[in-house]
Design a protein around this ligand. Structure first.
Ligand code: NAG
Ligand code: NAG
Length: 646
């Protein structure tokens, strides 16, 4: 969300004739580029970024969490098949205390054929022949019967064509919950993802029977074959960006609309039947199948460090916990940190981690205290003080990140890190490439934790009607962000990390646009902004080398870094439609006579979307380099020039 701190409008871009500039590069680096800079992303807003997105579970509303039994809404994504009667009930004998509800299925008398129920997934289910799908569920008969028969578990097209199936025996004598796990491999790959997961019994054999089902699940193969893991195509796309950190468990989604519905680390762990889920902050129930342990494993699987938030006494609905009542919440935050890094012999939270199979601590350096606390900055004064004084005392090695506006209000103890968020226009980003240049070098470091060019209309960043609001990032928005990012590199002596937000959005279920990576049930769409993030991340460099500064109010921006001992990387963002000519003058003794340039360019409004998934992608070309060389940056382009020099 936008902070009032950022409401100052940028100057309008001047767009004129072809621009020609000479960039003289310094002989020596000024500061190292932190390994966390560029560029990774929070799991953030949006249907369905975790459930139905990164988290590979294929069934929606799999455990009837946080729904009202007896309502049609409770049956979201579930359908009766061939005349069965289905309803969500509050179980008299729930499968667990965390999951009070069950699906009650009755097979009517006098019918034949396969009768049962289906789940339509998250806007469908992608089915791939030869892949192993793991289905599981709990069932029990509310009253003992003499029924014995097979349940058929299958994936089907909407017209009922079976794509793959298996069977399992059900017994009417089973009145306590029994878990069934089966695996099967579909033999057909349908062209459509409009498929269903179906469980049926034989209608005549099961005539009149009622069966309860709970905690149903269906997983395809996952990223790195983690049980309860991530969706392969989305996870692979994110990993290919070379991210160095992951902000978890999200921004607003940490907070809850109310204190009781806040994200709580200890309800997201262990067996899935022990996770109650919660009403998330972006309009859908979180299963919490993607829990704290899954996030930490995901970080390790991709080589990212977690930037982990703790809930800090403020719920989005507007409640701040009174100072005298903060104690249990500070304790819960300390327990959360101990779960991640504590010693199992000294902390019950750490012992819980060990009991889940992970004895060694995870890596953790940064802990964020709350999220966007500029929305409750007056109470943040005592919340910050009480949380940080206690947590810093217990974990002196950790860095605690403040989330209010910088020095407004003045916080004590003085934050060593701030998380800064900004959603603005492409022009604002270009015109604020120097945003951090004027910041005091007083030891404070900054995490540009959420930023994105979201609208071309400066008067309507969050307005309605959202004229100018982007649905997908464009070349104009991506070049604006890239211009800003050259400033983040220049200021990486104080900006230690940065992440575009939001990271993920399902094209069929998004409350917020644009997102870095869009996806649907079967496909991932890499946006122009994604390509910019990836170009900057994979070409981050080790140290920043000063050069002639761009014009603060201009339209052409650049930065220079060195990687290893002899690789020079120059990034250029041209934020208007007119090409620009740059001459680079290099002070080094030897400069290679050729290098490569990766160029992302396209029309101002060019966008990668489901209808034009590859409208814009980086192209790599060779380029003539030397102690002095020219480069022509196309209109609306981001270029990464790489060569050797020493
Ligand atoms: C989680 O921790 C809170 C207090 O920190 C406690 O009230 C709650 O019962 C715990 N929940 C579970 C499921 O352990
Ligand atoms: C923890 O961080 C250190 C230093 O950054 C790194 O060498 C190590 O591989 C990390 N460990 C894990 C398990 O990620």
């Amino acid at each position: 969300m936008l902070s009032p701190f950022y409401l100052a409008l940028g100057l309008l871009a001047f767009s004129g004739a072809t621009h020609a500039v000479t960039v003289t590069v310094s002989a020596t680096a000024s500061h190292p580029v932190p390994t966390t800079l560029s560029h990774d992303n929070p799991y953030s807003k949006l249907l369905q970024s975790g459930d139905g997105g990164l988290y590979a579970e294929l069934l929606q509303n799999r455990a009837f969490q946080q729904v009202t039994p007896g309502t049609s809404a409770a049956l979201n994504a579930w359908q009766a098949v061939n005349g069965a009667t289905i309803s969500v009930i509050k179980e008299t004998v729930p499968v667990s205390s965390a999951l009070p509800n069950a699906l009650h299925v009755t097979i009517p008398s006098g019918r034949s054929g396969a009768i049962g129920f289906a789940n339509t997934g998250f806007f469908g289910i992608k089915v791939t022949a030869g892949s192993t799908y793991t289905a599981s569920f709990f069932y029990r008969f509310p009253t003992a019967t003499r029924f014995r028969g097979n349940a058929i578990i299958s994936l089907q097209t909407t017209s009922g064509q079976v794509l793959g199936s298996t069977t399992t025996a059900l017994s009417g004598a089973q009145t306590t919950w029994k878990k069934v796990t089966v695996q099967f491999s579909p033999t057909k790959t349908p062209s459509s993802t409009a498929n269903r997961f179906v469980i049926t019994v034989d209608g005549s054999a099961a005539s009149g029977q009622s069966i309860n089902f709970a905690m149903l699940s269906l997983f395809p193969p996952t990223f790195k074959n983690r049980a309860n893991g991530m969706r392969v195509d989305i996870a692979t796309t994110l990993a290919e960006m070379g991210p160095s950190f992951f902000r978890l468990p999200g921004g607003n989604n940490l907070e809850g609309q109310t204190v009781p519905t806040r994200w709580q680390w200890n309800t997201t762990l262990g067996d899935l039947v022990n996770r109650p889920g919660r009403q998330g902050d972006w309009g859908y129930v979180n299963t919490d199948g993607l829990g704290l342990m899954e996030y930490l494993n995901w970080c390790e699987d991709v080589g990212m460090q977690p930037i982990m938030a703790v809930w800090a006494g403020f719920a989005l609905g507007g409640t701040s916990v009174a100072e005298t009542d903060l104690g249990p919440f500070i304790q819960q935050a300390a327990d959360q940190i101990n779960f991640v890094i504590g010693d199992p012999s000294k902390s019950t939270a750490a012992a819980m981690r060990a009991s889940l199979g992970r004895v060694a601590p995870f890596n953790l350096t940064y802990v964020e205290v709350g999220n966007e606390d500029f929305f409750a900055s007056s109470t943040y004064v005592y919340r910050w003080k009480d949380f940080v004084n206690s947590l810093k005392g217990q974990f002196p090695q950790l860095h605690f990140i403040a989330t209010s506006n910088v020095n407004d209000p003045v916080l004590s103890p003085k934050p060593t890190e701030y998380d800064v968020h900004v959603y603005q226009t492409p022009t604002w980003f270009a015109q604020n490439s120097f945003f951090y240049d004027d910041f005091q070098r007083d030891g404070t470091k900054y995490f540009e934790g959420e930023y994105a060019a979201i609208s071309t209309n400066p008067n309507d960043i969050f307005g309605s009607p959202a004229d100018g609001r982007l649905v997908f990032p464009t070349m104009q928005s991506a070049t604006g962000e890239a211009a800003f990012m050259t400033g983040l590199e220049r200021n990486s002596d104080i900006v230690f990390a940065a992440s575009y937000a939001p990271l993920l959005g399902h094209v069929s279920g998004t409350q917020w646009t644009p997102n870095l990576v869009a996806f649907d049930t079967g496909t991932v769409y890499e946006s122009t902004s994604f390509h910019v993030q990836k170009l900057f991340s994979l070409n981050r460099g080790d140290e920043y080398i000063p050069s002639t500064l761009p014009d603060r109010t201009g339209t052409l921006f650049w930065s220079v870094v060195r990687k290893s001992t002899d690789q020079i990387i120059i990034k250029v963002s041209n934020t208007i439609g007119t090409a620009a000519s740059l001459t680079f003058v290099l002070p080094f003794g030897t400069v290679s006579t050729s290098g490569t340039v990766q160029v992302l360019t396209g029309a101002m409004t060019a966008s990668n979307s489901p209808t034009t998934p590859n409208a814009v992608a980086p192209a790599t070309e060779s380029i003539t380099t030397g102690k002095t060389f020219n480069y022509n940056a196309p209109g609306f382009s981001v270029s990464v020039i790489t060569f050797t020099a020493h």
